[in-house]
Design a protein around this ligand. Structure first.
Ligand code: ZN
Length: 165
């Protein structure tokens, strides 16, 4: 596995839609493993393939430090409720903004073995799904922020980990 360079807002690739993945290849498997490692190294809760320069519909998410989900060709089947909270992005370092997202989503995707699965996600996992799947459409969360984009403020060194996706 290897770390990949995370593209930063302003890079045109972040605003392009990704293509579906039709079959798993060793190259794509390596990409997914690299994405997971890159997300962990950056202390992110999610990462989408365009953020490492690959326009394929692949996202990885881990919001609890335990369960890593791989989503290939994901779609949101249903959404319910509303949550409003702060969001950050590894492609928009040092910033945070308030975004309203569904409280719950039902997702269908393929896993790394290209097997279909469905997932009911709520709270932070639902937010992360919406954020990452937006990346696959070329949408960055900053276009959905209400109010100003703010600088991340660190109260103490120990508290300097923001959740970024
Ligand atoms: Zn992001």
């Amino acid at each position: 596995m290897a770390l990949r360079e995370i593209r930063i807002q302003g890079d045109p690739i972040l605003e392009k839609p990704s293509r579906p993945l039709e079959k798993m290849t060793p190259r794509m498997e390596t990409l997914i493993m690299d994405m997971i490692e890159t997300m962990e190294e950056a202390d992110g809760v999610g990462l989408a393939a365009p953020q490492v320069g690959v326009l394929r519909q692949i996202a990885v998410i881990n919001v609890d430090g335990e369960n890593t989900y791989v989503f290939i060709n994901p779609e949101i089947l249903e959404q319910e409720g509303e949550q409003t909270g702060d969001e950050g992005c590894l492609s928009v370092p040092g910033k945070v903004g308030t975004v309203t997202r569904p409280e719950r989503v039902r997702v269908r995707a393929l896993d790394i073995h290209m097997q279909p699965f469905e997932l009911e996600a709520e709270e932070l996992l639902a937010r992360a799904c919406c954020h990452e799947f937006d990346h696959l459409k070329g949408v960055i969360y900053t276009s959905k922020v209400s109010g100003p984009l703010r600088d991340v403020r660190y109260d103490t060194e120990e508290e300097s980990q923001e959740e970024e996706a």
